[in-house]
Each structure stands twice: as structure tokens, then as C-alpha cells.
Write a protein that binds this ligand. Structure first.
Ligand code: R5P
Length: 288
């Protein structure tokens, strides 16, 4: 078995290698002067079962391209099997077309990953379980939910309610609620643009409760901001916890989260931590 890490999250690669008692396989990842990626697999992988770890956090396309090149290099060096370990899978939100003018990004990325020579994909908390259907190779869909929920157990405020920040995340919220034996509420959201979101309704009893918002990811934090505002207007206690498997925290995310004065922000190390962090962030490692 050979485990190699691309450049997107070397610290997670090291952490996984440590858990497994392995040395990370050697590879070179840099750039040609014109911006093209240059990768070299320096490890002898002929006949090996290779695991390539590369979460697709920002810059997304660059990390995707690097993954594809690493897979191709392993294949051409004679790897027996290549498993792509992509804890955060970008483009997974493009799993359906809202209008007839859009591509099906998740399907295209899945095809590219397979075409590069990946036999199997391991990912964590895909945007929706339906994304698995975009792949023509086996997908191991892991979840950080048990780790995150365990971290919350016993430390949640007395009258807590699990809140899904949109209709698409209700099933995830129900799993957290079942784990923690808490009720569920749902915020109904409308996305205006890539970073602007409006919340327009709440289903469930939230008045006087401490909300625990659970989502697959925080990108610009527009979803969280809109949900928190709606919850406070509906009479929730100003004691808000946010739990998200993937904290991308791009664009205005940090400022938005700072403005919200969250009590807790809980996430995993599926993507590297931004240098400037909002509020105290509790990070649960998915390396194990
Ligand atoms: C959307 O359906 C996702 O589950 C997240 O709620 C969303 O992608 C988060 O993005 P942002 O932080 O930019 O609102």
C-alpha cells in the first residue's frame, strides 16, 4: 500500500499516514513557468495499491488538475489500483441543473476522475448522497457526523435544537438530532447568488432554544448568516453553535462569522484552516 498526498492538504496527508503507521510516498508537485502543473511520482508504485489524498478545497480547479495528473502518473508507473481520497469533493453542489443553461458539473468531474484512472473514490460528507450516482466507479461515502456529534455530546446548551439551514440538509440534521436526541427545525432559504442568501421561513419550534446549525459546508457563510438572523428574529437564544464538515471560509466568510458572534464553530480538518480564523474554531480531525 502506498499513500501519497498532493499539495492541497499535506498536513492531513501526514496525519493519515501517522494513524496508519506509514511513510507518505514521495511525489513532486510544482508548476511550469506558464502555470501548467508539473507532477512526478518519485515512489516505486508498480503493482501497488495506491491511495492519493487530495481534498478539492480552493483553488479548486488547480487541486483537481493536480489530482488528475498524479493519478495518470501512478497509472503509467504501473500502479495496480488507485484510490482517490478526496475528503471534500468540489463541484458536488452541481449535482443537478437549475436551468437548462447550466452544465452538470458533478457528473463532469466524476467522469474526469474516472478517466484519469481512479478505481475507487473515498469522500466525506458529499454535498448530497445523490452525487455518488455521478460516478461509474465505487464510492465510499464516509461521514464526519458521528465524530462531530460525539464532540457536541454533553456540551450542548440545555434547550438546544438542531437546525438545518435549508431544505436540502434536512436528512443530515435528522441524523444529528437522532444521535443527540434533540428536536429539529428547518430554515427555508432562497439563494440569490453565489454568496447571497435569504431566509424566509422557519419550520419547527425554536423560540427560547439554543440553535445548533448543521451543514455540509461553509463557503461564503451566506447560508449561516441568513439562518442565524432568521433564528434570532424568531426568538432563539443568542447562543448559536454552527457545525459544518467542510470549512472553506472563502470571500466574506470570516467577516460574516465574526459579525454573528457565534458561541461555537465546530468543523473538521478536511481542508486546510485559513490563516485568519473567526471566533474560536473547534477542529475535529478526520484522519482516523
Ligand atoms: C448548500 O446547499 C450547501 O449545503 C451549503 O449550505 C452552502 O453551499 C454553503 O455556502 P455558503 O456558505 O456560501 O452559503
Amino acid at each position: 500500500v502506498t499513500l501519497m498526498s498532493g499539495s492541497s492538504h499535506p498536513a492531513l496527508g501526514e496525519a493519515v499516514a501517522k494513524v496508519l503507521g506509514l511513510e507518505l510516498g514521495r511525489c513532486v508537485v510544482d508548476r511550469f513557468p506558464d502555470g501548467e502543473h508539473h507532477v512526478e511520482v518519485a515512489e516505486e508504485v508498480r503493482g501497488c495499491d495506491v491511495y492519493l489524498l487530495q481534498p478539492l478545497g480552493p483553488p479548486v480547479d488547480s487541486h483537481l488538475m493536480e489530482l488528475l495528473l498524479l493519478v495518470d502518473a501512478c497509472r503509467r508507473r504501473g500502479a495496480a489500483r488507485v484510490t482517490a481520497v478526496v475528503p471534500y469533493l468540489a463541484y458536488a453542489r452541481h449535482d443537478r441543473r437549475e436551468t437548462g443553461r447550466e452544465p452538470l458539473g458533478a457528473r463532469l468531474v466524476a467522469d474526469m476522475i474516472r478517466a484519469a484512472g481512479v478505481d475507487r473514490l473515498i469522500s466525506v460528507d458529499l454535498h448530497s448522497p445523490a452525487v455518488e450516482g455521478c460516478f461509474n466507479i465505487p464510492v465510499e461515502h464516509l461521514s464526519a457526523m458521528p465524530l462531530l456529534a460525539e464532540h457536541l455530546r454533553g456540551t450542548a446548551a440545555p434547550r438546544s435544537v438542531i437546525v438545518s439551514p435549508d431544505l436540502g440538509a434536512v436528512k443530515r440534521a435528522e441524523r444529528y438530532a437522532a444521535h443527540l436526541k434533540l428536536p429539529v427545525a428547518v430554515v427555508h432559504k432562497r439563494r440569490m447568488s453565489g454568496s447571497e442568501v435569504q431566509a424566509h421561513n422557519i419550520t419547527g419550534e425554536v423560540k427560547g432554544c439554543a440553535p445548533i446549525l448543521v451543514d455540509d459546508m461553509i463557503s461564503t457563510a451566506g447560508t449561516i448568516e441568513a439562518a442565524v438572523q432568521a433564528l434570532l428574529e424568531a426568538g432563539c437564544a443568542p447562543d448559536v453553535t454552527v457545525v459544518a464538515s467542510h470549512a472553506l471560509l472563502v470571500g466574506p466568510a470570516i467577516e460574516r462569522l465574526q459579525r454573528l458572534s457565534l458561541r461555537r464553530l465546530l468543523t473538521t480538518d478536511s481542508v486546510p484552516r485559513p490563516e485568519r480564523l473567526p471566533v474560536p474554531v473547534e477542529v475535529v480531525s478526520i484522519a482516523p
